[in-house]
Design a binder for this molecule. Structure first.
Ligand code: ATP
Length: 813
């Protein structure tokens, strides 16, 4: 049975059947505990209030700093209670009953999972429970510092997730507690040592329910992801608590919990070492849709202040790309070949598109024989103003009058100087001072400066006056701006829309067809680079920013807040006053270099995107989750090489997740057929449950609109939650029209947007069209087929070749 693959699902529900009234009694027991926790929290608030009152009365107890700390303590305790009441509906969610134990060794991840029962913990087949621990989203200590609730991330909580019947350690019973506000609603138990007759306080240990995992998986889906904190499985827990050294790589098929695990890991790392991660955690997500879907998970785990979840198209400040290039263009833009093209494009932008005729004409030298400039005339000096292609036609001559004579740097001189300047390794914008210096050297030399002064001191003085005279002239500055303009990444990108110029940058790298496609795709931008960016443009902008050089941003790491430790509640409060958007903006502004980088759906990053993401974690530790079978990138080897380069020689620890918690077996089985075509030999993860409902097949042919609508209506009636309609990318807009008015439980998605998301029911429209859309089309289809938690309908379009049962050729055996 598929369910046997899940570690929790393997658990027996115990030999004891559930007699009447036991459930209520057990709920009552947990209710008493929860009441105690709330009483304790209220006590903390009163304590804090008293301290503040007292301090105020006595006027000057302690320093002003101490008074402020007390105020903060009261405030934080109040916020804490408020959150417990309003947000953490199931703030207390777990309990483990343990046998007497030996002192175990701490594992490298800080968890005591290897703890074994003491030798005398079990007598025959009987054992007495020696310890009971309650587990919740935050830790709460009693007045005597004994734990009332243990934070789920604490080492002592690890057995709640890791114990299995095969390796139960000290755990006899694992209980998941369901509560809302201050009320306990239910309990579900797993018995990990069914062979024992265990007692608690002399009474037989009762066991209630069928385990919590199945209950969680069967719930209807909404538009936001839930945390899985009460039902994390052992293999997932190993990843969440893996030591944050170097690189943690996690692979697993669809629905194995990679995204969930990655987010819980972020919360875990913050709990483990908040100071270390004060530098911020970046979660890179493939699409804005997945960001929106997942961004509630960390706040529900009590963490938000230090984690930025950003779509790969929004990693560059000010860029919010959500458009997709057609596959052939995406392939070019994502490829590491672009690096060469961009390097040359930067040079090209500097040199302009053709010979310029500008010159700066200075006035005669001043009385002192030094140079002076006035009334410079710039003829045809193109500085990009309005013309596509950025700065076009920079001046090819610079004329000045010095020491009574006219001196000139001609096109060849300027070219030579430019090439010398570009020989430096610094980014191009930062080479401007070097270029300016070389120009002045050349002018000085041509004016015969070095020969005029034999005394070095006088020579230096004269030279410095010479430089100052020239460089304070507006005309010289105008010349410099035209000849070596300060370029922006967007300008250079926009300049690449000029096919002829691009052809020069892309010579021997892209073929003419590729050049044409690339240039055409950039015509969405105006000369300054304003306009809609595609997701792949953003990585190019980032690369250009590196090539050009960005103004240094001041780093403002979040200060360590001593108040974090004042409440006596074992947790730190995020800054609640900030909105999510403000927070994301602040993080983006403050940092480009994060302490930990989590990459979700890593198989989809293109080589250029790996370079962009790599730049954000140069000193970071990494968690990378993905599934090669779901890759929409056409050249996995090239992407793997770019990934290796981004991660450098860091040591990698690999994990594999093997159980599919999303799709029922019936859907997983169908998807496996496409997997066999897309990646022969690749194993699909075992589905943890089965619903008995097989996927439906319908044939629409050319009449997609009515068929999709009818099927969506059917599924809306069939499931409680969401219906996702996955269509070929090219049909996104029309498909929205087909489903207009059906309400917000139905969502239309292009095949590339479905990544990472899930719905109660899914309609996959025109599978052959999806598969044909790109070289990675079969893998994209595999993604589409693995989004449903309950129902799946496959609707054949004109390109499919359905059999008599409506099964399209791609999905037949
Ligand atoms: N231990 C668990 N308890 C309850 N639900 C779980 C558990 N693990 C995973 N799930 C659920 O299974 C679904 C799939 O999880 P998730 O989206 O993280 O998988 P994934 O591996 O990232 O999938 P994909 O590769 O398709 O994006 C989610 O609804 C998640 O909440």
């Amino acid at each position: 049975m598929a369910a046997q693959n899940a570690t929790h699902a393997q658990v027996a529900t115990g030999p004891q059947s559930e007699p009447d009234g036991v459930r209520d009694r057990e709920i009552g027991t947990e209710q008493q505990h929860l009441d105690r926790v709330y009483r304790r929290l209220e006590e903390k608030i009163h304590e804090a209030e008293f301290l503040m009152d007292d301090a105020a009365k006595r006027g000057q107890v302690g320093t002003p700093g101490a008074l402020a700390e007390r105020d903060a303590q009261v405030f934080r305790a109040g916020v804490h209670l408020n959150r417990l009441n309003s947000e953490f509906e199931d703030f207390l969610f777990g309990r483990i009953d343990l046998l007497l134990g030996k002192d175990g060794k701490k594992g490298p991840d800080g968890a005591y999972t290897s703890v074994d029962p003491a030798d005398d913990a079990v007598r025959g087949d009987r054992a007495e429970i020696a310890e009971t621990l309650h587990i919740g989203r935050i830790g709460v200590l009693d007045a005597d510092y004994s734990p009332l609730v243990i934070d789920w991330r604490a080492p002592a909580a690890a057995p709640f997730y890791r114990a299995t019947p095969v390796a139960p350690g000290r755990v006899v019973r694992r209980r998941v507690i369901r509560s809302k506000g201050r009320r306990v609603l239910g309990v579900e138990d797993d018995l990990l040592r069914p062979e024992l007759t265990a007692t608690l306080g002399g009474d037989t240990l009762p066991v209630v329910g069928d385990g919590a995992l199945m209950a969680a998986l069967g719930q209807a889906r909404s538009h936001t992801m839930r945390d899985i904190v009460s039902s994390i499985q052992a293999e997932q827990d190993m990843v969440i608590r893996a030591p944050a050294a170097s690189v943690t790589e996690v692979e697993g098929g669809p629905g194995t919990g990679k995204t969930a695990v990655a987010l819980h890991r972020a919360a875990y790392l913050l709990y483990q070492d908040r100071r270390r991660y004060a530098g911020g955690i970046l979660v890179v997500s493939p699409t804005p849709l997945l960001v929106a879907y997942t961004e509630g998970v960390l706040p529900s785990l009590g963490e938000e202040g230090q984690v930025a979840i950003r779509a790969v198209g929004s990693l560059v400040d000010g860029a919010e790309a959500d458009t997709y290039d057609e596959p052939a263009v995406a392939r070019i833009k994502g490829s590491s070949r672009m690096l060469k093209v961009l390097r040359k494009a930067v040079r090209g932008a500097l040199e302009g598109s053709g010979p310029g005729t500008a010159a700066v004409r200075p006035a005669p030298a001043g009385e002192d024989g030094q140079l002076s400039l006035d009334g410079a005339l710039a003829e045809g000096n193109g500085n990009g103003g309005g013309r596509r292609g950025g700065p076009a036609g920079p001046p090819d001559r610079l004329r000045v009058v010095a020491f009574g004579a006219r001196i000139e740097l001609g096109a060849e001189d300027l070219k030579r100087i430019r090439n010398t300047a570009l020989g430096g390794t610094a980014p191009v914008n930062l080479l401007r001072p070097r270029a300016r210096r070389l120009i002045l050297d050349a002018l000085w030399s041509r004016a015969g400066g070095p020969k005029r002064y034999t005394d070095p001191e006088l020579a230096a003085e004269a030279r410095s006056a010479f430089d100052e005279d020239i460089t304070t002239e507006d005309d010289f500055l105008a010349f410099l701006d035209a000849w070596w303009p300060e370029l922006t990444p967007r300008q250079v990108l926009a300049g690449m829309a000029d096919e002829k110029r691009l052809a020069r940058s892309a010579r021997r790298v892209l073929n003419p067809r590729e050049t044409r496609l690339l240039a055409r795709s950039l015509r969405r931008l105006d000369a300054a680079g304003r306009g809609p960016l595609s997701v792949h443009d953003v990585a190019l902008l980032d690369e250009l920013e590196t090539l050009l050089g960005a103004p240094a941003r001041p780093r403002k790491p979040r200060e360590y807040d001593p108040l974090d430790h004042l409440t006596g509640l074992e947790e730190l409060m995020p800054q609640r006053s900030e909105s999510r958007r403000e927070r994301a903006e602040r993080l983006a502004e403050e940092r480009r270099d994060y302490a930990h980088v989590i990459v979700d759906e890593a198989q989809d990053l293109t080589p250029m995107q790996w370079r962009m993401v790599g730049r954000r974690g140069r000193t970071a530790t990494w968690t990378i989750v993905g599934d090669p079978a779901q890759s929409s990138w056409s050249d996995p080897d090239e992407a793997a090489a770019a990934r290796d380069e981004a991660l450098g020689a860091r040591r990698r620890t690999r994990f594999r997740l093997t159980v599919n918690y999303r799709n029922p077996a019936e859907i997983a089985e169908l998807a496996a057929k496409v997997l066999a075509l897309a990646m022969p030999g690749m194993e699909s993860p075992a589905a943890v449950r089965s619903t008995g409902v097989v996927p439906r097949f319908a044939v629409a042919g050319a009449a997609l609109a009515p068929a999709v609508r009818a099927e969506a209506e059917h599924l809306l009636a069939d499931v409680e939650g969401t219906v996702g309609v996955v269509v070929p990318m090219a049909r996104r807009a029309e498909a929205r029209g087909w489903l207009a008015g059906l309400g917000d439980r139905v969502v239309v998605l292009g095949s590339l947007e479905a990544k990472g998301l899930e719905y109660d029911a899914t309609i996959v429209v025109s599978p052959a069209e999806i598969a044909d859309e790109s070289p990675a089309g079969l893998r994209v289809l595999y993604v589409a087929l693995t989004r449903a938690t309950q129902r799946l309908t496959v609707l054949s379009g004109e390109r499919d070749d359905p059999d008599a049962d409506g099964v399209p050729d791609l999905l037949r055996d």
